[in-house]
Design a protein around this ligand. Structure first.
Ligand code: PMP
Length: 397
């Protein structure tokens, strides 16, 4: 008699075989060295424009030292969830420092940004409530909204008139507007002031995911909201610590009462092992580096300008981004993968991003620049990219 599970596996095999070659997600590229502009990839040295290590801190000697010190001081594991026995003085110190840094009353740390995003909405909203989400929001925000069981309305990317119409028509008692601050696949910045004005007018929460702005934008890297000079008790700020901060983890910051409520109600905070205290220790050092990294931020801004100027002949493939995320839109999936493969032949590693991560017909190379890159490395990228684009004409979607 066939094993009952064999059918299950056959079904999966068939479903996998049905994924067309241009969409298949692969993990074949194994970096064999730390995250840095030049990495060892499958035995070769390649120049990478693939990480979110925007300030070049992932491999910073001071943070490596802090990791060793943190492990000696606190051990490597929290051993339990925050509410049982895993919340130590170093987590508390990190939460206090993060809140101070972003100018909020309080904050709460999470092990990943994905978890922070699925933690907030279900704690604040439920059936009968409504969420208003930018269509290009990160997947974790979509998942958080779905988990909350509130009704989710998605408005066209950054279209404030569409959002206003949805809000005006809403009868919901509790409303929440949610948006990436810097859109992860486009690199553009949400109209934050308008979002806040609408949240105020319609008495809604405003959840801002600043995964790609924290550490990079605003005075001393305090983030997108600080850059736009916006503050409000209705803002819930989420920031990640695995990108510019160079480590891993995330935080939610806002008013004290909001954070107190999340401690009571956020299942993704309550029912999981606390962040490693060693990492919390490293993150305290990382925060200090971020605060004093104006030189790195200035260098990064210079690289962004250099890249965009260098790509002037192919400006039709660029998106209106002034951030470290500089997508080159090709359009067709296979074309995009082929160009990424050709660049790899030239020892340049640029990820190809395809639907469903981005809308159909807008497959792209997602170039991310870092303060750790040199001008010469950006020039090398530009010249290789330009010749590959010339060889395989791009078709922006
Ligand atoms: N939000 C955005 C906008 C992101 O780009 C990401 C990560 N790609 C996340 C949240 C999730 O953060 P983490 O990687 O820490 O889970």
């Amino acid at each position: 008699m066939p094993n009952a599970s064999s059918n299950l596996l056959d079904n999966l095999r068939d479903a996998l075989a049905d994924v067309d070659a241009g969409s298949l997600r692969r993990r074949r590229k194994l970096a064999e060295s730390p995250c840095a502009p030049v990495v060892s990839l499958n035995g070769r040295s390649v120049l990478a424009f693939a990480s979110n290590d925007y300030l070049g801190l992932a491999n910073h000697p001071g943070l490596i030292e802090a990791a060793a010190e943190g492990a000696r001081r606190w051990g490597v594991g929290a051993g339990a969830s925050h509410l049982v026995s895993g919340h130590s003085a170093v987590h508390e110190a990190l939460e206090t420092e993060l809140a101070r840094f972003v100018g909020c009353e309080a904050s709460l740390v999470f092990s990943t940004g994905y978890m922070a995003n699925i933690a907030v909405m279900p704690a604040l909203l439920g059936r009968g409530d409504e969420i208003f989400a930018d269509r290009l929001n990160h997947a974790s925000l979509v998942d958080g909204a779905l988990l909350s069981r509130a009704t989710m309305h998605r408005y066209a990317h950054s279209d404030m008139q569409a959002l206003a119409r949805l809000l005006a028509a809403s009868q919901a008692r509790r409303k929440l507007i949610v948006s990436d601050a810097v859109f992860s696949m486009d690199g553009d910045i949400a109209p934050l002031a308008e979002l806040l004005a609408l949240a105020e007018h319609y008495d809604a929460w405003l959840l801002i995911d600043d995964a790609h702005g924290f550490g990079v934008l605003g005075p001393q890297g305090r983030g997108s909201l600080a850059e736009a000079n916006l503050r409000s008790e209705r803002i819930i700020l989420m920031g990640t610590l695995g990108k510019a901060a160079g480590v891993s983890g995330a935080f939610v910051a806002g008013s004290q009462v909001l954070i107190d409520w999340l401690v009571q109600k956020s299942r993704a905070y309550i029912f999981t092992t606390a962040m490693s205290p060693m990492l919390a220790h490293v993150l305290l050092s990382s925060l200090e580096l971020i605060e004093n990294a104006d030189d790195r931020r200035q260098h990064l801004r210079g690289l962004v300008t250099r890249f965009r100027e260098g790509m002037a002949m192919h400006a039709q493939c660029l998106l209106p981004s002034r951030t470290a995320i500089q997508p080159v839109v090709i359009g067709d999936n296979t074309n995009t993968v082929n160009i990424a493969a050709a660049l790899l032949e030239r020892d340049i590693w640029v990820p190809a991003i395809r639907p469903p991560t981005v809308p159909v017909g807008s497959a792209r190379l997602r170039i991310s620049l870092s303060a750790a890159h040199t001008q010469a490395q950006v020039d090398q990228l530009v010249s290789s990219l330009a010749s590959e684009l010339d060889a395989a004409p791009a078709r922006p979607g």
